[in-house]
Design a protein around this ligand. Structure first.
Ligand code: AMP
Ligand code: MG
Length: 404
């Protein structure tokens, strides 16, 4: 089959991304923001550290006294982390301090507990105790200054970023709202797991794969429906779902079969077709359109490998972009063995990532037995995109990797 007049994957991707509207912003409690895209710059509330901070358990003393040869100090007081700064009254005094405490006034260095002994309230330093100013003290502002941008809008809030936002004193942050997804599988032959099944039927596995993909990426608003190949029912249900969802992901019903009603019904419902078919394997019949309220409608082919590949290749990156996530460079990986493919289509080849004796990762080809063979996908890490042209891709050919 000739792919010359069809969009390439890159053209399809641009066509989708240029039509998606940017998602709304909401302010959420910080604890609910893991994995979310930040939509504001976060600035430092105070200097970091905010005060000269003791970073060893020990005693705070005047380094000049040590320099003059003083080796015995009287314990004047104890100051825990969180207590206000005390003041050293004499240069032969010491204040016991704990990690995280503010440096007592008139003291400028910390001798760690391992470097002295205590008897009757008197400290005796061992020979290893030395006296540099600000030894074992993290100076105020050494990591950053008040008002500096600590996190930029567009970053994904992973665990370190959440901790940084908390350090800025923010109980809530502004992040991209999650789209409301609706997954719709179509097909008379499909049966829910757990239900009895006849010889001519198959399990409705795509919806599970799609939902798992979305949930694994932290999306929580994921609805799920099944519609038989009935034009009227499809129209009714799609109409309903379009009113309540931002992104509709259909599987099946977009090919040339007599019961593939999805594109026709979508257009009747006012969805504007952006493209139908992409020069790719698997997933050639893929359909994309935009609804009257700017809903994104993806009609993914029903073959399970096609559904997952199209979801990962197009839907996930498009949603990330619409959510304002700063684009990341594609992971690239070299093929571990040669691959032949002689159609004028982009080829999405499942791979597992394997490391050689030097720890170098390679994309090990794990071709499926056709686009219905999702069993072969188990244990793979994702797929590489091989552009049309060479027919034979040698070992070492470098391609973009998409992880499941
Ligand atoms: P279609 O795109 O509707 O022509 O379906 C292509 C193939 O994928 C057929 O063999 C279907 O039985 C199968 N299929 C469609 N939808 C699903 C699904 N949700 N789960 C598993 N297989 C499916
Ligand atoms: Mg079907």
């Amino acid at each position: 089959m000739n792919g010359i007049n069809l969009l390439s994957p890159q053209q399809a991707e641009s066509a989708i991304n240029s039509r998606l509207t940017c998602s709304l912003i909401e302010s959420l409690p910080l604890m609910q923001c893991v994995g979310a895209t930040l939509r504001e710059d976060i600035v430092a509330e105070r200097d970091l550290p905010p005060f000269d901070r003791v970073c060893m358990d020990g005693i705070a003393v005047d380094s000049q006294a040590l320099g003059r040869g003083v080796r015995r100090f009287m314990i004047q007081a104890t100051q825990a982390a969180g207590s206000p700064a005390l003041e050293l009254e004499r240069t032969d005094h010491a204040i016991e301090v704990m990690t995280g405490a503010i440096l007592p006034r008139a003291a400028d260095c910390i001798v760690p507990v391992e470097q002295y002994s205590v008897a009757n309230g008197i400290i005796s330093l061992t020979s290893s105790a030395t006296s540099t100013p600000y030894r074992n003290v993290q100076r105020r502002g050494a990591d950053g200054v008040a008002g500096m941008v600590m996190l930029k809008a567009g970053c994904i809030l992973g665990p370190p970023e959440i901790a940084v936002a908390a350090s800025a004193g923010l109980a809530r942050v502004r992040v991209s709202s999650q789209p409301a997804f609706m997954i719709i599988s179509t097909g008379n032959e499909l049966v829910e797991p757990g239900e009895p099944i006849a010889a001519q039927q198959v399990r409705r596995s795509n919806a599970y794969g799609v939902a798992a993909t979305l949930r694994a990426r932290g999306f929580g608003r994921v609805g799920d429906d099944h519609v038989p190949d009935d034009e009227e029912m499809l129209r009714e249900r799609l109409k309903l779902h379009l009113t309540t969802h931002d992104v509709v992901i259909l599987s099946g019903g977009v090919s040339m079969g007599k019961f593939d009603f999805v594109p026709k019904v979508l257009i009747e419902l006012g969805v504007q077709e952006v493209f139908h078919k992409v020069a790719q394997r698997p997933g050639k019949p893929m359909w994309f359109g935009v609804g009257p309220q700017a809903q994104a409608i993806f009609g993914l082919p029903g073959n399970p490998v096609s559904t997952l590949v199209c979801l990962i290749r197009y839907v996930i990156p498009a949603i990330a972009e619409a959510m304002g996530t700063r684009p990341m460079l594609h992971e690239r990986l070299a093929l571990a063995s040669p691959v032949s493919f002689d159609l004028p289509l982009s080829y999405f080849l499942p791979v597992s990532i394997e490391h050689d004796a030097w720890g170098q990762p390679w994309a090990n080809p794990r071709p499926t037995n056709g686009s219905g063979d999702f069993l072969s996908l188990a244990g793979t890490d994702g797929f590489v995109e091989l552009p049309p042209g060479p027919n034979t891709y040698p070992k070492g050919f470098v391609a973009s990797l998409y992880r499941w």
